[in-house]
Design a protein around this ligand. Sequence first.
Ligand SMILES: [Zn+2]
Length: 412
Amino acid sequence: MRRPLMIRGGRALRYGAAMPELLDIRIGGDGRIVEIGPSLAASDTEILAVDGQLVLPGVVDMHQHLDKSRTRALLDNPSGTLMGASAAYRALAPSITKEQMIARARRTVEACSAYGTVAIRSHTNIDPQTGVRGIEAMVELRAQCAAFMRIQIVGHVTSGATSMLPESDAWLRQAIDLGIDAIGGVPAFSSEPVALLKLLFDSAERSGLPLDMHIDEHLDAGRAMFSELAKMTRAYGMAGRVVAGHSSALSAMAPDEAQRTIDELREAGVGIVTLPAANLFLQGRDAGRLPPRGLTRVKELLAAGIPVAAASDNIQDPFVPTGSGDLLEIARWTLLAGHFGLGDLRQGFEMVSTVPAQMIGLGADWGIRQGARADLLIARADTIDEMVASGALERTVMVEGRVVFSTSVQRH
Ligand SMILES: [Zn+2]
């Protein structure tokens, strides 16, 4: 056990509060928040004076692909499309060793940590080229990084595996035995999309794991799977435990059809993750004019009361060639490409904090509240809106009460 720590003089965003307040936070030797209040008495505590900085919960990047991260320089995607990216990675994948995958992923995890991310959910390929090798690598990475990042692994049935149902069933069973945290895949890639969707639901039911899938990452409203997804979510009794990533095709539907679909998703209890980086890069390249943004109908989904998170998706690979690991940058792109308003920056912060924390099941263990892990982003900014708008040059990231990154203290 370490000596207890007091964060003194910060403007802290208490869980559930609308605005930050001048509050001290006492952190126990186990790295959990013991007490929150104004001017707490300090006895036998180390003091971290933060001098009016914002004290926020660390942000949660609920959709990445760490297994592919930083492969950009090793391949090309001349068409710039999703299919082009998938083919490029398929050609490279057999030659990647576990060690290389871990080393590249770790650089991304460290970059994300430096910007204030405290949890990452990583979709990890299950494909014919690599089987569950990526899952094995990510299990190792999860253990290596545990002191500064909570990593969740999604078994992501993709590429050719989407049309190999018996093999994918066996790979998923192996992945579950290896310790994945969620089940996922890309039904739209499959020659039998509904059968693959059912396989993923069956795996989730058998293992008790939640579902987090890539749903309709394309702009063809005619082959959208939302109704099937809503139907199965109800049939399997999985309300609140199913996440649909991308859902781009929703924006290709006529407004009344989109609204009916949104109602179905809400009634079924499906959560949505929007991934603006990949959508802006990959979608709409065949448009001769006015290329679409490719994002789902973020505002309409939020207006319907459906939880919507925003996340990085790919970082420096054939799917997205850029990416710093700064999740607030993704919040910015969501606000811009999603046509939000000047008063919506705080909503952008929720989409990378409270909403994904709930969706990936961190529950009462996350947020500035008594008993939760002290996973915090302490930043020099006047307001949360300003923080979302421009980021903070001066910041300290804390995980379980320990400083893991600071603009003035080097990582150790
Ligand atoms: Zn993805």
